[in-house]
Design a protein around this ligand. Structure first.
Ligand SMILES: Nc1nc2c(ncn2[C@@H]2O[C@H](COP(=O)(O)OP(=O)(O)OP(=O)(O)O)[C@@H](O)[C@H]2O)c(=O)[nH]1
Ligand SMILES: [Mg+2]
Length: 393
């Protein structure tokens, strides 16, 4: 079984040699396979973003006396580097298992034998975790807060990634066959640290079986952390938020649809408002009719304009997947849409507001109107649009 240990490095000149040697010792101590042959073929892939401290040169030097050490040079950014590294491990190095890790000893590589044992036990993704029983982390103050915001709030609560509790770490063992090789790496479009939760999400889509094992997350052994309050940090938080939102909507397309439906409805409300203003002014200047008639026609025209806007934008945007295209269908559905709008947007709400003010008094008219719109018209429209107008084909 070929195991590729993938170390991401940026300025890790003090840590790289001890890490490579530690992995070699771990490989030597692993249990042998059948007939005493080594069960695992252990290689190390260093993914370095042209570290200015010369980490790459150290790797080149080490590789002169080693057959199992490789260097991949990538542009700056943990996300782009890991994506390139995963691709290289799968395609070029023909890995069966990939084990990405930081190169600062915060995650203890001594866990690797236990992780490989879990892969043997048929788990596909083994995640050392700071959030299971028996785990510990050295987080303090600011790092505790940023970890909570990105791991728990954005990736957990907002994105809805619940396969594992610790979604923010790099260290994990990933089976390649039918799991990592199913992930289309070219479609993952993230630059920074958010790659960690993104890869968990992408792996979950392959049907991977996850397990978390307790880990002790210590302090880095030497060198400097790249996570601190900086412009890069702000960019990382924005990217995490954007990506969590994308994942949330991908996981719950109904929610995205509902938000679009809300925006279209709100826009229709604005169209109605300005339509009424423009039409009543226009009629007042052009026709010398009694005031009631003008209001009626201005109202009717403004409502129709809003209906046309709602129908068009919902058809093109909210329900793009169920879009109605044939002219005959459009005509039929548009008539149905109009009738339903009159019923759900005018007739029933008028009755409800009328009844409500009778019951509670005129001073509550505005509140009753809001309650009726959100309590009746919105759910009614949502139901009719989904079940009748833009029914799934
Ligand atoms: N290839 C590559 N590696 C990077 C880059 N940025 C960080 N790394 C490496 O990724 C690993 C994690 O980075 P750290 O700075 O230790 O971040 P962290 O462990 O999440 O946070 P700390 O707890 O503050 O150390 C380390 O091995 C870094 O050297 C990058 O742009 N490219
Ligand atoms: Mg670190």
């Amino acid at each position: 079984m070929k195991v590729v240990n993938m170390l991401s490095t940026y300025n890790e000149k003090e840590n790289i040699t001890p890490m490579v040697e530690t992995l070699e010792r771990i490989a030597k101590d692993l249990p042998a396979g059948r007939q005493g042959n080594p069960k695992y073929d252990f290689v190390t892939l260093v993914v370095d973003s042209h570290s200015p401290d010369g980490t790459g040169d150290i790797v080149r030097q080490l590789a002169k006396t080693r057959k199992n050490l490789f260097l991949l040079e990538t542009p700056r950014g943990l996300g782009v580097s890991l994506i390139a590294g995963y691709g290289h491990a799968v395609k070029e190095l023909k890995a069966d298992v990939v084990i990405p890790n930081d190169c600062d000893f915060q995650w203890d590589p001594e866990l690797i034998p236990e992780m490989l044992k879990k892969i043997d036990d048929d788990y596909d993704v083994v995640v050392p975790s700071r959030h299971t029983k028996g785990a510990k982390d050295a987080f303090t103050g600011f790092r505790k807060l940023t970890h909570f915001v990105s791991n728990d709030l954005l990736n957990g609560y907002w994105a809805g990634i619940h396969e594992v509790k610790d979604k923010a770490g790099n260290f994990k063992a990933i089976r390649v066959k039918n799991i990592l090789d199913k992930v289309d790496l070219s479609k993952i479009n993230v630059r920074g640290f958010v790659i960690q939760s993104t890869i968990i999400y992408e792996l979950s889509k392959t049907g991977a079986k996850f397990i978390e094992i307790p880990a002790v997350f210590g302090n880095r052994r030497a060198g400097e952390s790249k996570v601190g309050f900086s412009w890069q940090f702000v960019k990382d938080i924005i990217e995490t938020f954007k990506n969590s939102t994308r994942i949330r909507f991908e996981r719950s397309p109904k929610l995205l649809k509902f938000i679009k439906f809300g925006i279209v409805g709100g826009f229709g409300f604005i169209v109605n408002f300005f339509g009424l203003m423009i039409f009543s002014r226009f009629f007042k200047t052009v026709f010398p009719w009694p005031i009631g008639m003008i209001n009626f026609w201005a109202n009717a025209l403004a409502s129709e304009l809003a209906i046309v806007s709602n129908f068009t934008w919902n058809n093109l945007w909210t329900f793009a997947k169920e879009k109605i295209t044939s002219p005959k269908q459009i005509a039929a559905k548009f008539i149905a849409f109009n009738l339903s709008s009159i019923l759900g947007g005018i007739l029933v709400p008028s009755l409800m507001v009328g009844g409500g003010t009778q019951l509670f008094g005129d001073q509550y008219r505005q509140i009753i109107l809001v309650v009726v719109i959100f309590g009746f018209t919105v759910p009614y429209n949502w139901f009719v649009y989904n079940k009748f107008i833009w029914k799934k084909k």
